[in-house]
Design a protein around this ligand. Structure first.
Ligand code: A2P
Length: 273
């Protein structure tokens, strides 16, 4: 469902702190009672690398609550997109889920993050493992031509509890394939591999950790098992998912990387509550 019509953008009741941008919501789309995406205007001076995150808040308190949000739009885009969970009593998201076009969202000025191409050593294939809203940084990276300049093949996996939670990623990838500019670049090179864990009717079942370990992922993709020589990995999801996928990467012989020390896999948590 697409919300339409501005709310009038009432003047914020609290002063805007110096270290934040106050931006205007341009678009809101709700997917389920747990997930939505929104876009805000982009400050002219705001620059980031695809895959990074920024701290987002609302002008609804003297000391606003901030949570880390990955930019889901590519670094060249004119507006900024975010993909968010909705938690009924979440300190930020109980309010954020009610935003409408015209409302104000605060964003701290400095982006950061480790899910960036620079934190990975060169390789043949890039695996992006995500669960839930952890797909957000990859939504940015799969729209960035640099990703395809660096890797021959890009495999984005997205695992959610239910099929309707995959819609954001499915729409994104479909639009990308039809894009006159990037469409040709992703043709035959971007794999979107979706699984669910709590709907027995969905064709592809199971946690990504299980599918890596039992060889099903490799078999479905027609690719060799993940290995140090050719494969690079980015991971984004819940704390438990990160810990488990990271342990698997280490077991497969991959070394963890960071901005100042590129490696073979990198990790970032998919925040917010
Ligand atoms: P499951 O349904 O078996 O818990 P959540 O919304 O809780 O973050 O979960 C999103 C997806 O991530 C679900 O499909 C969930 O599977 C899966 N998941 C949760 N914990 C892990 C983990 N430790 N390793 C891999 N996948 C996980």
């Amino acid at each position: 469902m697409m919300d339409s019509g501005a709310t009038g953008g009432e003047a914020p009741a609290f002063p805007i702190p110096d270290n934040v941008f106050a931006e205007t919501v341009t678009e809101v789309q709700h997917y389920t009672d747990r997930l939505f995406r929104f876009r805000i205007t982009r400050p002219a001076s705001f620059r980031f690398r695809s895959g990074e995150f920024a701290m987002i808040g609302l002008p609804n308190a003297e000391k606003p609550v901030y949570r880390a949000y990955s930019m889901a739009s590519p670094s060249w885009d004119e507006t900024l997109e975010f993909f968010s969970i909705k938690v009924p009593d979440g300190p930020l998201t109980q309010h954020l889920q009610k935003i409408k076009p015209g409302d104000t969202v605060l964003m701290r000025k400095k982006p950061t993050g480790t899910l960036v191409n620079d934190a990975l050593l060169p390789g043949k294939r890039l695996y992006m493992f995500s669960t839930g809203t952890g797909i957000a940084p990859f939504a940015s990276l799969i729209r960035d031509p640099e990703t395809y300049e660096k890797f021959e093949k890009v495999i984005l996996t997205h695992t959610c509890r239910l099929p309707e939670e995959l819609t954001y990623g499915e729409e994104l990838v479909a639009a990308l394939r039809d894009d006159p500019l990037v469409g040709e670049m992703v043709e035959g090179r971007l794999e979107h591999y979706t699984t669910v864990t709590r709907d027995p009717d969905f064709p592809r079942q199971g946690r990504i950790t299980t599918l890596i370990e039992n060889g099903k992922l490799a078999e479905d993709l027609g690719l060799p098992q993940i290995a140090q020589a050719d494969d690079r990995v980015m991971i984004c999801g819940s704390m438990a998912m990160l810990a488990d996928v990271k342990a698997l990467c280490l077991k497969m012989g991959l070394l963890e990387g960071a901005n100042n020390r590129p490696g073979q896999f990198v990790v970032e948590k998919a925040f917010a509550d």
